[in-house]
Ligand binder design. Structure first.
Ligand code: HEM
Length: 455
């Protein structure tokens, strides 16, 4: 393509940062992006002062950035805040050789077979949770479903990582990491920031939470180092401590063990909790789907809890989860930074641009998803899936930096849905209309109050 044929992408431009930033804040990022998409089309640019954002929505463009020309798109300045405030140099934020070596080292713990070893933890927590819901069932008292699901997925990932059984530790760690997460996401959304040392209430709460998390993880690592290796508990942290890079022969430093632990806790519970929350919501709004799910569970499981071998016989249950991840992707936006100039579909992308990958909108694209707002798990019948562009769906990102925990998450969600939907039918409180927003992950600004009915 000659230079003269390359055009600028359609979109909005403002020299004044506050102009667009305030509108983004007022509408919320998702609504702002959706409006821009409807006005300017699949590939559009939002230029705010010196910053260039591109919305990447069309599956071919998603493929270009994540796969075809992936060497030009990295996690650079867009990840600085998350790196500095939350995850250090763990796998989500690592780049270059350091990322490649670590990804290879950690991959075996997350293969479809590898995640099956977490079955006992998931089953035990799921059975405990049944007791909890039994005491609420029929009471008419509403629970906040997001908190319910966060408590079970946080417990599962903490036990998987550290074998922690102490309820007190679980609650303390969960609360501290959640304080760090919410601080980081609101920090990213605020156009004018105070320095971290400023003694505001939020800064102090963040610093204390961070200290608690670091102290806890450092103590767990030190306790293990004090024991002979054969006495280490059989969990993810021990696997990370034992792992050696094939190429360099090196083990992870204590600092990296801490960064990876926080990364896995952060990446590994809230997203799955959001999936399950939106699934209960979708089921309560789509009774025909709920009925088919119950039929499958009753037929295959009767009155017993699922075993690993049962999952293959529960395809509709998995279709319900995949359809939830389509309509309500927990990570509705992820970002890549353009390293050098590029051209996408004849349009110029300057070096330094932030490519906003928006699964939330790709998954609602009418050219790929007929009647996109309808919750329809039959879209996931194998013959339907085979007909679709593979990147019309990217809830776990795509290409080499695809989520390492996708098998873990689907395995956990499949098992928990089979366990809980067999026994309970959560119902959205009458008249409640969730306001779907992105605050780091996808959520509901006015919560998800639901009552629990026993089946
Ligand atoms: C429904 C659940 C989940 C969703 C929707 C999800 C989504 C994602 C997405 C979109 C990314 C790319 C992030 C980016 O580019 O900035 C990612 C990366 C990652 N996720 Fe997940 N995730 C889920 C569950 C999990 C679980 C359960 C774990 C761990 C136990 C996990 C660990 C990670 C890690 C370590 C990365 C970084 C991978 C790399 O760059 O090599 N995720 N995830």
């Amino acid at each position: 393509m000659t230079k003269s044929m390359i055009t600028a992408a359609p979109g909005r431009r403002s020299r004044y940062i506050l102009d667009i930033a305030l509108e983004m804040q007022r509408k919320g990022l998702l609504q702002f992006f959706e409006d821009a998409w409807k006005t300017y089309g699949d590939f559009c640019q939002i230029q705010i002062g010196p910053r260039n954002l591109f919305l990447v929505i069309h599956p071919e463009h998603v493929h270009h950035v994540n796969v075809a020309n992936r060497q030009n798109y990295d996690k650079l300045q867009s990840y600085d805040a998350v790196r500095e405030l939350l995850l250090g140099d763990g796998l989500v934020t690592a780049t270059g050789e350091a990322w490649r070596i670590r990804r290879k080292l950690m991959a075996p713990f997350f293969t479809p077979r590898g995640v099956e070893q977490y079955y006992p933890v998931i089953l035990a927590d799921g059975l405990d949770f049944i007791q909890r819901w039994q005491s609420k069932a029929g009471s008419g008292q509403a629970v906040d479903m997001i908190q319910e699901m966060m408590s079970i997925t946080a417990s599962i990932i903490l036990k998987t990582l550290f074998s922690t059984q102490s309820e007190e530790n679980l609650v303390e760690m969960k609360e501290a990491v959640e304080t760090m997460i919410s601080f980081t996401s609101s920090h990213e959304m605020t156009p004018l920031k105070l320095p971290l040392w400023a003694p505001t209430r939020r800064n102090v709460a963040y610093r204390q939470a961070r200290q608690r998390v670091h102290t806890f993880i450092d103590a767990v690592i030190a306790q293990r180092r004090a024991l002979p290796e054969q006495e280490w508990p059989d969990d993810l942290l021990s696997r990370l401590m034992r792992a050696r890079s094939e190429e360099t022969g090196e083990a992870l430093s204590d600092k990296l063990l801490r960064d990876e632990s926080i990364t896995l806790f952060f990446a590994g519970h809230e997203t799955t909790a959001r999936t399950l929350t939106f699934m209960w919501y979708a089921l309560s709004q789509n009774r025909d789907v709920e009925q088919r799910l119950h039929q499958e569970l009753d037929q295959v499981l009767g009155d017993r809890p699922p075993q690993i071998a049962d999952l293959k016989k529960l395809p509709y249950t998995l279709q319900v989860i995949k359809e939830t991840l389509r309509l309500y992707p927990p990570a509705p936006v992820y970002v890549r930074d353009a390293v050098a100039d590029d051209v996408i579909d004849g349009m110029h992308v300057p070096a330094g641009s932030q490519m906003m990958m928006v699964p939330y909108l790709t998954h609602r694209h009418p050219a790929f998803w007929p009647d996109p707002l309808r919750f329809d798990p039959d879209r996931w019948l194998p013959e339907e899936e085979a007909k679709r562009h593979p990147l019309a769906y990217h809830p776990f990102a795509a290409g080499q930096r695809i989520c390492i925990g996708n098998n873990f998450s689907l395995f956990e969600s499949h098992l928990l849905t089979a366990l809980l939907a067999r026994r309970f039918t959560p119902r959205l409180v009458a008249g409640h209309q969730p306001q779907i927003v992105m605050s780091g992950t996808l959520g509901s600004a006015n919560g998800m109050p639901m009552t629990i009915e026993a089946r």
